[in-house]
Design a binder for this molecule. Structure first.
Ligand SMILES: [Zn+2]
Length: 435
């Protein structure tokens, strides 16, 4: 029996099915975490798990697993997957592609074993992480952070969306807060569209994501005094939105200044603002801003982070309001498992590709998993680098090729006679030896 064979038709079929759940008129997808649409796509995935004899599990933060036990209850678990939640008015590939391709890769291995291929040395699991996007509940990577133990399920459940709905209530409403223990992974492989322009620009089809950028996400509060926009004298105004505007400009300037030095890279954005009371006739009394800083360089990010606090003070002082960083989270830059990255590289080359090594700017759940087990991300091109937009697109051949690479990586890690097998015989390193 030769290697497992991917069912390409089933891959595209599943992609189309999931894209119909929460579809928008523009051809995109609107399926924020723990919404009714998210509930429907989770049910769809559960049905698929059951139909393919994967054991469905749901942990207390709603992470959804489908387990295929091929090597006995004590064998290591090779986990693969991504997320089915989306940003508002987004595209049909981000996250969903990785879950669907994982399903088909696992199904291909299952079929090969049923047809007489040697039994794998590990069990396989497909995962759909809760609230990867961080659109409805902050922070992002929520489900995988709970899985990694950096956040408790109880604390995650208490997080509220902008309407004050708690995550645990929202999960209960769709039936996806359960008591199953999350199965511990020995390794994790995530396939994802690049959400960036580099593969396309380089004319490559497979990216091996070696590392990730660091990020600071801060919520800044400006508090002034609500007043009539008419009779209130200019000297008496404590305009929180004016302070916010000054800060938005300052944040942009942080990036422009850093990037003027060719050795430094900093991305800086204010992407969301909440203005109170948000009436045309009222000087805004309170504004919340969501600020993001991202860099591959720890020192650049640290400097920008320190500057942010003083920029908040300066902007507030100039507008005569009070400003503070109300909440922030810091994700340091880091590296995925080297040996696993080498394995993906070797598999891609075997299939005739010249893989591109990448550092991901977008966060992925694999970053959470990397703290627990050897982990890696495989990318395929995003047309025009477009992501979080209805125009998100990856060519069918690229989707197929990425899924093939994922399948071959899983088989090499788990199968008998794959590359990792011989490497393990030779003493092995982290990834293969972990499996
Ligand atoms: Zn994603």
């Amino acid at each position: 029996m030769s290697r497992p064979v991917l069912d390409v038709g089933a891959l595209h079929g599943m992609l189309a099915e999931q894209a119909a759940i929460g579809a928008t008129p523009e051809g995109g997808l609107h399926r924020v975490s723990a919404s009714a649409e998210d509930g429907r796509v989770r049910d769809w995935l559960t049905d698929w798990f059951r139909a393919h004899e994967l054991r469905p599990l749901v942990d207390p933060v709603g992470n959804q697993f489908g387990l295929l036990e091929l090597a006995g209850p004590d064998a290591p678990l090779l986990l693969t997957g991504s997320h089915l939640d989306s940003q508002p008015q987004a595209g049909r590939f981000d996250g969903a592609y990785g879950v669907v391709a994982s399903c088909q890769a696992v199904a291909a291995i299952q079929a090969a074993v049923a047809a007489g291929a040697p039994r794998p040395r590990c069990n396989l699991g497909v995962v759909n992480w809760t609230n990867e996007e961080g659109a409805r509940f902050q922070p992002s990577l929520l489900g995988s952070s709970v899985y990694a133990g950096t956040l408790s399920a109880a604390a995650a459940g208490e997080l509220t969306d902008r309407d004050g709905v708690r995550l645990d209530e929202a999960l209960d409403a769709i039936g996806y807060r359960r008591g199953d223990a999350a199965p511990p992974a020995s390794a994790y492989v995530e396939l994802h569209v690049e959400c960036g322009p580099e593969l396309e620009a380089a004319g490559r089809r497979i990216g091996v994501v070696e590392s990730w950028w660091g990020a600071v996400k801060a919520t800044v509060e400006m508090v002034g005094r609500q007043a009539h926009t008419g009779p209130t004298a200019m000297r008496d105004r404590r305009d929180a939105l004016y302070a916010a505007a000054l800060l938005i400009v300052a944040v942009r300037r942080l990036a422009d200044e850093a990037n003027a030095d060719a050795a430094e890279v900093l991305y800086a954005t204010v992407a969301r603002a909440e203005v109170s009371p948000n009436s045309p006739n009222v000087v805004p009394g309170r504004v919340l801003l969501w600020v993001e800083l991202r860099s591959p360089h720890a020192d650049v990010l640290e400097r920008a982070h320190a500057r942010l606090a003083s920029e908040v003070e300066q902007a507030a002082a100039a507008a005569g309001v009070r400003g503070r960083v109300a909440a922030e989270s810091v994700r340091p830059a880091g590296r995925f498992d080297r040996e696993l990255a080498e394995l993906v590289d070797a598999v891609a080359r075997r299939r005739g590709h010249e893989p591109l090594r990448l550092a991901t700017v977008a966060a992925h759940d694999a970053i959470s998993l990397a703290a627990l087990a050897p982990s890696v991300v495989v990318n395929v091109p995003s047309a025009g680098g477009i992501c979080h937009h209805p125009d998100e697109y990856t060519a069918p051949e690229d989707l197929e090729e990425g899924a093939q690479v994922l399948l071959d990586v899983l088989w090499d890690l788990c199968g008998t006679g794959g590359e990792s097998h011989s490497r393990k015989d030779g003493g092995g390193g982290s990834a293969a030896a972990g499996i």
